[in-house]
Write a protein that binds this ligand. Structure first.
Ligand code: ADP
Ligand code: NA
Length: 347
């Protein structure tokens, strides 16, 4: 087959949770395992995306390091993959600007993530309201253009992301098409998507919203570096419903369905959520929570120790070396695209 270039990113906004892991990161490890020698794999810690929301400088830097350690802890090999901080490769921002000159405001305005920000802030959809308009930042609006730049600058052919990012991927393809149409000899490569078959992992406190690093409630998520006791406790207080038996019914029992799906994703014998519910026929929700917790603990076995190890190795210097090497390789990868881009634009 043709050599692949695989690119994906994750925000350094906190320790990754089960949603990140099952929706994206676990698949990155699988792609690494099946990669051919001539395939390229790039995984970026997207700190420029993180600052679309206010961040504390020290905390952002710390979390970026922790994310690098987490990527290594789940099994990405820095020799095999280019692991880098987005801000260490200025071409990402440069291409963002150039792409924004051929991107449609209308298309961006229709993105679900942006629309949900509008409603979340004021329950209205109009930028005519000055107070709302000054609260909403340009960076948040153009976030998908930066995502497109991330992908296109490395000529990614495959972009493994969670189901929540499907729309942004489609937009990145659109960006490539617009650029190529606007500039004679423009040759940006529209990527294919690989979204995982995993269902979106939902919050443990509100099964109608997705599990997210940025949710203020710690109880809503399970971090991949949690102790077994913490995982059991999070599951124990997960919000379900008042029927104390187990059925798989995503529409009517979303909380219970989310636990069954989490368990199914971590089940070594790959039983379906419906089959797991069958197996628990007659059992209580407490039993479901206990079994799901044990499956998750087994799936995450070793991650916590490898995370600690990566952070502490050579007194922290080893991670700096990994980041340095990754930045060097990513800059070289981006350079080739930017030579073409600058040439066809006339810069
Ligand atoms: P978060 O939304 O938690 O800040 P990111 O935006 O950094 O996470 O996303 C990193 C990757 O994790 C993306 O590929 C995204 O699709 C995936 N992802 C994030 N949250 C979930 C979820 N709840 N379920 C499945 N996949 C998710
Ligand atoms: Na996100």
């Amino acid at each position: 087959r043709e050599p692949r270039t695989i690119f994906s990113g994750i925000q350094p906004t906190g320790v990754p949770h089960l949603g990140n892991y099952l929706g994206a990161m676990r698949q990155w490890r699988e792609l690494q395992a099946e990669a051919h020698p001539e395939d390229r794999l790039l995984f970026s810690i997207v700190d420029l995306h993180a600052i679309t929301m206010p961040q504390d400088a020290r905390q952002l830097r710390q979390r970026s390091r922790e994310m690098l350690a987490a990527l290594i802890a789940i099994g990405l090999d820095p020799k095999r993959c280019t692991l880098f901080y987005q801000s260490a490769v200025p071409a990402h921002s440069e291409l963002l600007w150039i792409l924004s000159c051929t991107s449609s405001m209308g298309y961006l305005g229709r993105m679900t993530q942006w629309k949900s920000k509008l409603t979340e802030n004021n329950n209205r959809m109009s930028l005519d309201d000055d107070a709302l308009a000054s609260k909403l930042k340009l960076g948040l609006f153009s976030y998908p253009v930066l995502q497109a730049a991330d992908i296109l600058v490395h000529r990614a052919t495959h972009v493994p992301v969670g189901d929540d990012q499907r729309q942004h991927l489609e937009f990145a393809r659109e960006c490539a098409t617009n650029f190529n149409a606007a500039f004679k000899n423009g040759r940006l490569l529209a990527p294919e998507t690989i979204t995982t078959e995993t269902p979106r992992v939902m919050s443990l406190q509100n099964p109608l919203s997705k599990m997210s690093k940025s949710s203020p409630s710690h109880k809503s998520r399970i971090e991949i570096t949690s102790e077994p006791a913490e995982i059991r406790a999070r599951l124990r207080c997960a919000v379900t419903d008042s029927d104390n038996w187990v059925t798989y019914d995503p529409a009517r029992r979303p909380g219970v369905a989310n636990l069954l799906e989490l368990w199914a994703q971590c089940d070594p014998t790959r039983r379906s959520p419906a089959a797991l519910a069958e197996d628990l026929h007659g059992a209580t929700l407490g039993a479901l929570k206990r079994q799901a917790a044990e499956a998750i603990i087994a799936e995450l076995d070793g991650v916590r120790d490898r995370y600690r190890e990566a952070l502490q190795r050579k007194g922290g210097k080893w991670l700096d070396e990994v980041a340095h090497e990754g930045a060097f390789r990513a800059r070289q990868s981006a350079r080739r695209t930017m030579l073409m881009v600058r040439d066809v634009v006339g810069l």
